[in-house]
Design a protein around this ligand. Structure first.
Ligand SMILES: *Cc1c(COP(=O)(O)O)cnc(C)c1O
Length: 418
């Protein structure tokens, strides 16, 4: 049969395309396609969430050795259990329990392919006809994509810039109804760089209890804090309302390519067990893929042996970078920062379009900035806030200064003249 006469049965999955329409990677690719190849200067990437390529952010040798040892032991060449290998689950239970009032058991820990798969697991488990879920705005668009692909209705509550990006808890109460299953928080915050206080997290838990919903807390940036608020895990309040914590080694150890994460039930009262959620988590893990077994095998050494000086070094670089960022932004009239970042790797700044001559919106700003100055930043639309920008400061401080200098030059060229 001639090729032209076959009518193939497959085609575009429109639902998939719609669910994935907004992704950080997709938008960054679009912006990068506008880079000017003739610009001799190096491109300054301030849009990413992966600083592993910069020499000052290289992971600790202890983690590298742990992987080599696990690989060479020949104990981790086979398939692991679907929930993850026991020594790794034990080590993660110990690691996380250090900051909790209750002791986690290995049975509370499920290993996943990065924090990403942990999000996929919990959103799939919670999806059922007519259910809705509450997400922060701004937020992390993978949640929206995953929820819509699972037919989970999404409702957004605001994070309040004038209150250090705290959750608008009145909005949470107003949005929730009898079909609401959970609310999501991200702490330390992406994209806002905020760190929630103990008191605020307690109020989140009390609100969730009142509404009878689960709190999903994304703590992928756990302990990456450098301001006045210390990191407090949401699991501390697991006896007020059940808490599912998702996390990974990707950000604290700066190894996102290793794809090792976890889903943890912080639920001293056993609510999730009683309502069948734990069974569903196990059920879903039976029909999905697992992190590479030798990476699982390396987890105990990574968590137990990493020295404080490695964490301190990383946090000190981030603090210095956040300071440079915050101080330099004050010198650029077209952007304002409502709240100094205290954690993660990002800051959100408001774009003041009225100060600019020929910029239509945040996306236009980012496209022209890439074209003219070879600087990449993420437009706020990608994280749910139009005419804001997310700037990553996890980059060598000298490059950060150079990048911010170019943003200033860009502003001066495009400033409204009056
Ligand atoms: C990076 C990130 C993730 C994904 O983490 P992985 O471990 O690389 O899968 C999840 N949530 C947030 C908020 C992130 O920034």
């Amino acid at each position: 049969m001639e090729n032209g006469s076959v009518r193939w049965a497959f085609g575009r999955n429109e639902e998939l395309m719609a669910s994935s329409a907004i992704s950080i990677r997709g938008i960054l690719t679009t912006i990068m396609s506008n880079l000017n190849q003739a610009d001799q200067r190096p491109t300054i990437p301030l849009g990413h969430g992966d600083p592993s390529a910069f020499p000052c952010f290289r992971t600790t040798q202890i983690a590298e050795d742990a992987v080599v040892d696990a690989l060479r032991s020949a104990n981790f060449n086979g398939y692991g259990p679907t929930v993850g290998v026991l020594p790794a689950r034990k080590a993660i239970a110990e690691y996380l329990s250090q900051d909790l009032p209750h002791q986690l058991s290995p049975d509370d820990i499920f290993l996943t392919i990065g924090c990403t798969q942990a999000i996929e697991v919990i959103l799939t488990v919670l999806a059922r006809p007519n259910a809705n879920i509450l997400f922060p705005r701004p937020g992390f668009p993978f949640y929206e994509a995953r929820a819509s692909y699972n037919h989970l209705e999404v409702r957004h509550f605001d994070l309040l810039p004038e209150k250090g990006w705290e959750v608008d808890l009145d909005a949470v109460e107003a949005l929730a109804d009898k079909n609401t299953v959970a609310m999501v928080i991200i702490n330390p915050g992406n994209p806002c760089g905020n760190v929630f206080t103990y008191q605020h997290l307690k109020k989140v838990a009390e609100t969730a209890r009142k509404l009878g919903i689960l709190v999903i807390t994304d703590e992928v940036y756990d302990h990456l804090t450098f301001g006045s608020n210390p990191f407090v895990p949401m699991g501390v309040f697991g006896s007020i309302a059940p808490v599912v914590t998702v996390g990974s080694i990707s950000k604290r150890w700066i190894v996102p390519g290793w794809r090792l994460g976890w889903l943890v039930t912080n639920d001293p009262n056993g609510v999730l067990q009683k309502y069948g959620i734990v069974d569903c988590i196990k059920g879903f893990l039976n029909i999905s893929s697992d992190p590479a077994t030798f990476i699982q095998g390396a987890v105990p050494q990574i968590l137990e042996k990493t020295q404080k000086d490695f964490f301190l070094k990383i946090v000190n670089i981030l603090r210095e970078a956040a300071d440079i960022c915050y101080d330099t932004i004050k010198e650029i009239p077209c952007i304002t920062c409502p709240s100094k970042p205290e954690g993660s790797m990002f800051v959100m700044v408001k774009l003041n379009l009225s100060t600019l001559e020929d910029i239509n919106d945040d996306l236009d700003f980012c496209v022209k900035l890439a074209k003219e100055e070879s600087v990449i930043i993420l437009p706020g639309v990608a994280v749910g806030l139009r005419n804001w920008l997310r700037i990553t400061f996890a980059i060598e401080p000298s490059s950060l200064k150079e990048g911010l200098g170019r943003i200033k030059a860009f502003y001066e060229r495009h400033a409204k003249k009056n």
